[in-house]
Design a protein. Sequence first.
Length: 258
Amino acid sequence: MIETFAPLLLGLTLFVALLGGIAVGRRSGRRHLLRDPDGYRAGAGTIEAAVFALLGLVLAFTFSGAAARFDERRDLVVEEANIIGTAYLRLDVLPADSQPALRESFRRYLDSRIATYAGIPRGIDPRPELEHSLQLQQTIWTQAVGATRAASSPAVTTLVLPAINELIDIVTTRSMATRKHPPVIIFLLLCGVAMIGAFFAGHGMTSSTSRHLTHSVGFAVAVAITVYVILELEFPRLGFIRMDAYDQVLVALRASWG
């Protein structure tokens, strides 16, 4: 369950850190104000604008990338369902006596593929089930090769084996898609620029006697929530953003086989 709340905890940690950065910036600004009441803000607006522009750019870059990768992973679920369904239908062209064993292997294989991702939100390591899927792939391939040889028809071979080859390839594609994330340094850059922005925001509030609590909290909430959503999109099976609705495509396909 800790994985489920990890993005939320990171977002809350960033929120507190940003409030702390604003407070530190305000204190630093007060010291500069006492030393140089007339010129302590000279040129500060240009630097602050550059930092906040950079913060907006990094936020937009990471959010856009996370959303694109999220959509890619959802599309791959549908693509795998289509590939498995197509390969299963093409078993009809094989000799009748070789079909039952292959269909049973397909059922066990699809059960394994569903189980691979279904256990992740509950903290179950997907690697053993993924390994089981790979073993079943080899079984299906061996059975299919034997069945096509028995059919003695190039047309049957051309229909069946490429479809099963796609079934094998899509697993690698999906596995690599789950590992596709920005380098850690991008997230460190994002948090670092956000902290610098918080410091400058607090520094800019120095001339006012009030603490601008509404503005401080609003800035921290906006940035923290954006980073939280980015993390949810990057790791959709660990947080509150899920892909369960798309996984139902595989479940429905399995149910149609009986």
